[in-house]
Design a protein around this ligand. Sequence first.
Ligand code: SF4
Length: 300
Amino acid sequence: MPLTLDPELRRALAARIRYYNEMGIYDFYRRPPSDREGAVPISVDEEEIAVSTNQPESGEEMGPRKAAAVAIQGDENIFDLIALKPEQSVSDPVKALKIIREDLGDCTRCVLHKQGRKQIVFGVGNPAAELMFVGEGPGADEDEKGEPFVGRAGQLLNNMIKAMGIEREQVYIANIVKCRPPGNRTPEREECATCSPFLMRQIAVIKPKVIVALGAVAAKTLLAMNASMMQLRGRFYDFRPAGVRVNDWSNDPRWDGCKLAVTYHPAFLLRDPRQKGEAWKDLQMVMKELGMKAPGKNAH
Ligand code: SF4
């Protein structure tokens, strides 16, 4: 007979699972019934939901990440609970993004919260955009205004978007980290890993057709690979937001991830304008993928 979990217990389990997600643990597996023989009745004791860094037991399906083993008695499908994100039940992307923003709160999850940030820079633009740009992190202007790409690099990005024949308001723009690294230093790998799950959730809500990663930090974090810009540019990658069970909760069976292209960060292009032609080639590739007509002029 199915076991119905007490609502308090469900809430406690959901909170624990969210905690694991924030630690970077997303994939869970269920022990086969033979392993559950003798399992003590479900409770929220530490031992009941155990994080395991061991290899999967034979016959278990696991993702490449660390897995958490959940010892459960009864037939309650706790994995429906695990798949749930707060925004999952919301079809309106504006509301869903608001939920993610609220979940982020006055975030103190990484050290960037105490290194001089004025505010969190969440992201801006069309919540149902076909095209999304992802940069590295906010600079001084972005930190001041609470919006990504509003300084000189932002002006250049606007020009690049215009050169594609569209307006900034038609795309969605975000960064890997949402707080300004001090002195505009490159965000540390750990900071990217801590912050990017929120970006992944934003991507899964927006469901773009193409993401353009601006610069090496964005590209390496989104693609989880280490390569030079020369190696990363000039092709599309199949992208699905890490840690998000897209098919479970996208409410759109047609969206099963998107294409991702890599180009130079506008701040780099300001330092080395000779590379603008190369960046334009990348954007032309994106326009072709999206069926956009080139207005026939370059970004300035
Ligand atoms: S960078 Fe991201 S994870 Fe770090 S404090 Fe800011 S919002 Fe939180």
